[in-house]
Design a protein around this ligand. Structure first.
Ligand code: SF4
Ligand code: SF4
Length: 230
């Protein structure tokens, strides 16, 4: 049997030509492990329980955490990049995390992989990353989350209209069910943006830690603080 000029019959005394892989990144596993959630990727033994239990895989068989972990561990960056536009679709249901017998935290690995794709410039910033950033900015500045401001900030960043059908249904449902006093409190919080008492020092400490972590992550990926290759 001949495949692309190479005898793959398996007969004795035939030579199989070696394939040269040029898009190999021997640090790929290390880079993913350096990002939050990817730390335990080395523990995977490829049982497939994560993919078998995955919510997104049930709808789209191309979404395959086990396969991507395999590619990452082998350093097959080019193969991984073929699926770069679907890795972010993980909905963080964590069914894979509960199914994994090796404590790999496949959900975390999916998040780390999506983050790696962004940091390396292979994909644009995902909506979930925009949401995380708006959420974190609120925590850093006020020490509290104010939901309506959070949603407005997220929609503005992702250029989505504020009036969305699902949101209108949600708000109507909340207005019907929540006590008036709580609704009034929420309205006042939206207007006056309360701040946690004595938050200044905690906020500065958190901001310093986050800056440090981001710098470490970029360094692990061979990037400088502006995201350019060193
Ligand atoms: S957390 Fe993500 S990868 Fe894991 S089962 Fe849910 S959708 Fe799939
Ligand atoms: S369930 Fe865990 S050990 Fe099994 S393939 Fe997925 S990540 Fe690897």
């Amino acid at each position: 049997m001949n495949l692309e000029g190479v005898d793959v019959s398996g007969h004795w005394s035939t030579f199989i030509e070696s394939r040269v892989i040029t898009d190999y990144n021997e640090r790929l596993e290390e880079e993913i492990a350096a990002l939050a959630g990817g730390e335990n990727i080395h523990r995977c033994w490829q049982c497939g329980s994560c993919t078998n239990s995955c919510t997104v895989n049930a709808i789209n068989p191309e979404f395959n955490p086990r396969f991507w972990i395999y590619l990452i561990r082998l350093g097959l960056e080019g193969e991984l990049l073929r699926d770069k536009d679907i890795v972010w679709q993980c909905v963080s249901c964590n069914k894979c995390t509960y199914a994994c017998p090796r404590d790999v935290n496949p959900e975390g690995v999916m998040k780390a992989t999506a983050h790696w794709l962004e940091l390396k410039g292979h994909t644009a910033k995902t909506p979930s990353m925009h949401f995380d950033e708006v959420f974190s900015d609120q925590v850093f500045s006020r020490g509290k989350i104010e939901e309506s401001r959070l949603m407005r900030g997220f929609f503005a960043r992702t250029k989505q209209p504020l009036l969305q059908d699902w949101l209108v249904v949600l708000v109507k449902g909340l207005v019907r069910r929540l006590p008036l006093t709580l609704l009034a409190k929420l309205g006042l919080a939206a207007l006056f943006r309360p701040r946690t008492r004595g938050w200044g020092r905690a906020s500065a400490a958190i901001a310093e830690y986050v800056t440090e972590r981001k710098s470490e992550e970029r360094a692990a990926l061979g990037l400088d603080d502006k995201g350019a290759a060193r």
